[in-house]
Design a binder for this molecule. Structure first.
Ligand code: KIV
Length: 273
């Protein structure tokens, strides 16, 4: 059964961790739902791990919609959050229009946007219009260039204070959850403690209200780089390469396909051909 926002909030209140994993297509979403994940994120990280861009900046709302629709078909019973990509929500009218598309056409249950207190007016307008919004602060990949790269955020007193302020203002604006990416564990614990809504950590230590990982990272499918906060639960890239190599060898050597993988025709039909 798909979890509702109040149910997700209750989980956090009861101290039950919320699980979230990214998924970008039917097969991945189906696997995530079969594994019993609480929530799926159709993240714009798909720009890097599926579309091969160097960052998430080039991802469009049309890309997100395409993948959102596929993920929804794979996980009809899971609460799915879809990212608003870079520059798709900088104005209230665009944010409303694009969130509407992701929810009405894509079947998203909520949208996520990156940024702190400056984004509160957008979060407020979306919330007022009935769009559940997940915030995302700390390392915000869409603006990583401005942050000086993919770096841990909130290490200085000013930086930590700003992140706490961002989280509180986003909560006040109506955000239903807040993703904390690459922030010191102790700071994530303080922010989590001070908010009523759940935090979801990625590189934010064990005390966030839940955890999210990128599907390709945790399964060892993306070998360009692996952030320190990623735990690889499998190394599928190696297994895939070895399976494809064996397939190629077997085709070249005439081992595949054999009789068990072939169809037959009756002898009398063949004779009269
Ligand atoms: O796009 C994404 O996958 C994300 C996660 C890293 C939280 O935003």
């Amino acid at each position: 059964m798909k979890k509702t926002v109040p149910e997700l909030h209750k989980m956090a209140d009861d101290g039950e961790k919320i699980t979230m994993i990214t998924a970008y297509d039917y097969t991945m979403a189906r696997a995530a739902e079969s594994a019993g994940v609480d929530t799926i994120l159709v993240g714009d990280s798909l720009g890097m791990v599926v579309l091969g861009y160097d960052s998430t900046v080039a991802v469009t709302t049309a890309d997100m919609l395409h993948h959102m629709k596929a993920a929804r078909r794979g996980a009809p019973e899971t609460f799915i959050i879809c990212d608003l990509p870079f520059m798709s929500c900088a104005e209230i009218s665009a944010a409303l229009c694009n969130s509407g598309k992701l929810m009405k056409e894509g079947g998203a249950d909520a949208v996520k946007l990156e940024g702190g207190e400056d984004w509160a007016p957008i979060v407020r307008a979306l919330t007022k219009a009935g769009v559940p919004v997940v915030g995302h602060i700390g390392l915000t990949p869409q603006t990583a260039a401005q942050l000086g790269g993919f770096k841990v955020q909130g290490k200085s007193l000013d930086g930590a204070r700003q992140l706490l302020r961002d989280a509180q203002i986003l909560e006040e604006a109506g955000a239903i959850m807040i993703v904390l990416e690459a922030v010191p564990a102790q700071l994530a614990a303080v922010i989590t403690e001070k908010l009523r809504i759940p935090t979801i950590g990625i590189g934010a230590g064990p005390d966030a209200g839940g955890q999210v990982l990128v599907f390709h990272d945790m399964l060892g499918l993306f070998d360009r780089f692996t952030p320190k906060f990623v735990k690889q639960y499998a190394q599928l890239q190696g297994e895939i390469i070895s399976a494809v190599k064996t397939y190629c060898e077997e085709v070249k050597e005439g081992i595949f396909p054999d009789n068990t993988h072939s169809f037959t025709i009756r002898e009398d039909v063949l004779k009269n051909l």
